[in-house]
Unconditional design. Structure first.
Length: 360
């Protein structure tokens, strides 16, 4: 057995073909170094996978493997290929030395012929006392590529390793005023697509702390808003999330309730905090349920005029907030008269979102 296996790439994303080579590198050698390379604005970055986030995801994928070390090689400040061979090879050597421990033999696993000669020439000169081998791997083994996945990630979902799937999850937000059926719709859609969903964190928070609506202060609302963001984020990254994720409520909703319950002074303090978290969310589709009907077990409940006016006002607040954040293009106000009609409309919109990649 040889000492060290080195496998490098952009990993945008890391797919099962990459993983097979990582397994090979660590089985044919006493240990392996996986080097995630790239630069600001590279093909991964342009697809929403920055070098830093790719490196984090690779570490997460291999976190329980003591035989593998993950390193980040940042090419941002060296000349771009093909002009940057020398500084790139120097960076590569430094990362191997720092991550590989003691070794007398090293095997490079490469997927393209153009790497063979530069690696051979540079490392045999730099480490003449070490046994250097360059192994050309067959990239056709799995019949998949990062380009194919980036072009159609949903269709190629099963080829993407789990920590990298979060970059391709289609996030669907379901919002609306009270008693519009959004929680039921969220649950039903998640069941329909066999995926995960989140519910309103405010309910959990207020139940645990026994806080009534009219008792919420600025600290409560900040905790609820940030808590909702974290709950949604946790589900997006969850192993149970499959292609699409459904969120019942987001930070935007907490911001609107803050506007209702807080003084103007307190609202002015907390609104920028919520705006920051809203800007960090990425929604592929936003479903807004209008306050036309209150559903109770497939029946109807009459609302007072005051309730109607209040919910119509809240609905307009949602529209204004969505407009403020430039989200109207992703927003659909469901038009169905009954809950079933709204569910069918939402189902169709999600199918369109998943396009050719849908399998149910």
């Amino acid at each position: 057995m040889r000492d060290l296996g080195v496998y490098f790439g952009t990993f945008a994303p890391c797919h099962v073909g990459h993983f097979e080579q990582i397994v090979r590198a660590k089985r044919e050698n006493r240990r392996a170094v996986v080097i995630v390379s790239g630069y600001d604005g590279d093909r991964g970055d342009l697809a929403g996978m920055s070098l830093v986030n790719r490196t984090k995801s690779m570490r997460e994928l291999l976190k329980d493997d003591d035989n593998v070390t993950v390193r980040k090689l940042d090419e941002t400040y060296i000349p771009k290929y093909p002009a940057g061979w020398q500084p790139w090879l120097e960076l590569l050597a430094a990362h191997i030395s720092e991550g590989g421990g003691e070794f007398n033999s090293v095997t490079f696993y490469v997927g393209e012929d153009e790497y063979i000669e530069p690696l051979n020439t540079y490392f045999k000169a730099k480490w003449p006392e070490r046994d250097i081998v360059i192994t050309r791997v067959d990239r056709r083994i799995t019949g998949i590529s990062g380009t194919s996945i980036r072009e159609n990630p949903i269709f190629n979902w099963d080829y993407v390793t789990r920590p990298f799937r979060r970059f391709f999850v289609q996030n669907v937000l379901i919002i609306g005023t009270a008693s519009t059926g959004k929680t039921t719709l969220t649950r039903d859609l998640a069941r329909r697509y066999s995926t995960s969903y989140s519910l309103e964190y405010s309910r959990e928070y207020q139940t645990e702390r026994q806080v009534k609506d009219d008792e919420l202060d600025i600290k409560d609302l900040q905790a609820i808003g940030i808590g909702q963001y974290e709950v949604n984020r946790k589900h997006i990254h969850s192993p149970g999330t499959r292609k699409v994720f459904f969120a019942d409520t987001d930070v935007m909703t907490t911001k609107l309730y803050s506007k209702i319950y807080l003084s103007d002074e307190d609202y002015a303090k907390i609104a920028p905090v919520f705006d920051f978290y809203i800007s960090q969310q990425t929604w592929a589709l936003i479903l807004l349920l209008p306050p036309t009907t209150t559903y109770v077990n497939d029946g109807f409940r009459d609302m007072s005029q005051a309730d109607t006016d209040s919910r119509n006002k809240m609905h307009q607040m949602f529209l204004d907030e969505l407009e403020q954040h430039g989200l109207m293009e992703k927003t659909v106000v469901l038009q169905g008269e009954s809950f079933q009609e709204k569910y069918e409309e939402a189902h169709r919109l999600v199918d369109e979102l998943l396009a050719e990649g849908k399998d149910n």
